[in-house]
Design a protein. Sequence first.
Length: 117
Amino acid sequence: QVQLVESGGGLVQAGGSLRLSCAASRRTFNSYDMGWFRQAPGKEREFVAGISRSGGSRRYADSVKGRFTISRDNVKNTVYLLMNSLHPAHTPVYYCPAGVGGSYVSWGQGTQVPVSS
């Protein structure tokens, strides 16, 4: 099973930008679809963005379309999430899962993105 480590979280001002990274442990990284989810305190974990194994197909939650961009580098075994125009409501923990056959099967520990107003 692939191991995933998210990084790049940290305090950012409202309206600012941040790029999250998620490094995978296996050279078979390109056999996994990848995603980003987030979970705020007391709320359900929600889908943010997803990218296919080749990177040719991407999808986003309506709430982040036009502001967030998911990408991947299959040489570096890393998936990224560029987030623009962040606001204080976006203070959850972000997770990057790896998916196979339409299901996400491995999850990282998450990275928090606190946004100051």
